[in-house]
Design a protein around this ligand. Sequence first.
Ligand code: HEM
Length: 443
Amino acid sequence: MLKKLRAKFPRRSVAYARARALVSRHPLPPGDLVRLDVIEKNDRTFLLRRATEVGPIFKAIAWDEFWVCIVGLELGRRLLREHADALRPVTLKLEPLFPKGFLRQMQGEDHRRYRKALQRAIRGEDLAANRRGLDAIAADALARYATQPRAAEDSAADLIRTLNAIASGMLIQIFFGAQFGTPQFERVLAGYHRLGPYGLVWNLGPQQHAAFAEIRDFLLAEFGGAATSHPPGAEASILGQLVREGTLDATLLGNLIYMVEMGRYDTYSLFRWLVKYAADHPTLLDAIAHEDASKVPPTGRRSLAEAFVIETLRMDQSERLIRVAQRDLVFEGWLIPKHATVRICLWEPHKSPATFPEPFRFDPARFLAEKDPGADQFAPFGLDAHQCPFGDLAIGLSVIFLRALARAYVPASLGDGLPVKGAFHWEPASRFGVKLEPRPPIT
Ligand code: HEM
């Protein structure tokens, strides 16, 4: 019967899901089969309303495939816990580049082992040790953006290029220890320009294979265990730590290279939202400019810069987790059929008025006290064993970027409009750019 089904309908289609429901004792989740990919383009709050109308688990279509949406962090966490073995994360297929592929889609013992090795190599002190280089990367690129003459309509594209350069530079330094301004740094950066010249390339072609091999071989020669001497700074990096611990293998190195590739996109997207909120809230930016970055906030308090970053994550950056069902699952009495895409929503629960009064208002003061709402109310970095291992690093780099912006400039919005749904995430309006006016010296 199931073989016949597979032959008759495409695996991810609505027809296939319906046919599986016919042979199951459990119904498909409620909800009309609306086209999420189309509706959401013009209505970002659609899922919030749908959850109020039909309940927190409902079905829909996206890109002609059958989807199940889950709205609620506790619910999402429970689904992931109860069916961990049968829900596979969706991400880049990197097995053609290195054994075992991306950590994001590993499961079981492989995932535990590689994730543990990676977590041991991420050390807070490396961020501090690289601080001057990271400051310089942000300051240098912002200064070039601020002083370069351009037509107002070119500022949006230039801003993206600038933020991408900052994010890429920061991650290259932290991951590989290649210091900003050195030939090694330029060489690795050039490799990344070839790997994803216009953003993350989802289907790898010959150019990605060649660029990946080039970055890998260069890193091994310069910074790897066999190198006779390491360039300065290599010690205080994730790669340096893995080499020291003797855990670096082809899988981990391949993962580091692609984490930077994917992470630079996440990071510059977050920087773009930070610039947008900075331009919209000059008084807050002014307060950040006058914050003493060298002063540790009193116990239980965060700096305004950090609270600003976390509020930006809540408002815009963190959206959803995606999984594909590897077999039929029953959750809360509903059938999630094999091959269905499951979307566990993060953005929507982060707008709950019960946890975040006036949830659509940008208000970093919510996060000034270090005591966050519980993990069932706020989870910008995920809900299960695949939670982002770089959450603290992403916040730390964002604080460095925001302070560099605040201390030197007053950004004024040049083109604005409603947020748009980009290829992977919601983004500020396509024409959003800024003019960076120099800030009067801070005394
Ligand atoms: C900038 C803000 C960032 C946000 C909001 C973010 C968010 C997330 C989320 C929600 C997950 C869970 C995905 C899932 O369960 O399917 C995740 C996983 C992950 N993130 Fe991030 N991330 C950020 C930055 C970064 C950076 C900078 C890197 C690396 C350079 C990174 C590397 C990873 C990796 C490797 C995983 C998968 C971990 C695993 O499967 O064990 N992320 N991230």
